[in-house]
Write a protein that binds this ligand. Structure first.
Ligand SMILES: Cc1cc2nc3c(=O)[nH]c(=O)nc-3n(C[C@H](O)[C@H](O)[C@H](O)COP(=O)(O)O)c2cc1C
Length: 176
């Protein structure tokens, strides 16, 4: 089983990236492979429908789409930007417009805004449009849940993150 974690922060010192890495670390012993993709580093261009129509994708986009299709479990991790999820994440998801994810398991996580669920709630709608089965547990952190080295230290959130990962793997196993 393969897991792909997409992180949508535009900050090199990102709490969302730290959260994505933590989720990846917890998944590692439970699945065959885990990839944490920091979208800010992938150089995926702005979505372009003409390119999609002609299927003349750049290698970066092609690679991204192939990895997306191969994954059984996908996690979206986003910072809270303007009471919502980030444009970086949305741009990557727009490239997946022609890709089918029916039956794949998705987990949602965010950082920012006093642990606000605004972004993950909004991402539920995006997930529906892509055909994912979304696990009910989500992880929403705030900056004070991390230490100065961006280690996730809040005990309640750590426990929740464990439960989140268990749900992802358990649902993916049931579907297989
Ligand atoms: C463009 C932008 C918009 C933001 N909008 C909000 C917001 O609406 N509400 C909020 O609580 N924080 C907002 N923030 C603060 C971020 O949520 C906060 O800095 C968070 O820790 C970023 O996560 P990261 O470290 O993973 O990048 C915003 C930050 C940026 C850069």
């Amino acid at each position: 089983m393969k897991a792909l974690i997409l992180v949508g922060s535009s900050d090199k010192q990102s709490h969302s990236l730290a959260l994505g890495n933590k989720i990846g670390e917890l998944l590692e012993s439970k699945v065959d492979s885990v990839e944490v993709m920091n979208l800010a580093d992938t150089e995926i261009p702005l979505y372009n429908r003409a390119i999609e129509r002609e299927a003349s994708y750049s290698n970066k986009v092609k690679e991204f789409l192939e990895q997306s299709v191969e994954a059984d479990i996908i996690v979206w991790v986003t910072p809270i930007y303007h009471n919502s999820f980030s444009g970086t994440l949305k741009n990557a998801l727009d490239w997946q417009h022609k890709t089918k994810f029916d039956g794949k398991v998705l987990g949602l996580a965010s950082n920012g805004g006093n642990r606000s669920p605004q972004a993950v709630d909004q991402l539920m709608l995006v997930a529906r449009s892509q055909g994912y089965i979304t696990v009910p547990k989500r992880v929403c952190t705030q900056e004070s849940d991390y230490d100065e080295n961006l280690n996730l230290t809040d005990e309640n959130i750590l426990s929740r993150t464990n439960d989140f990962v268990e749900q992802l793997v358990s649902l993916a196993n049931k579907i297989r």
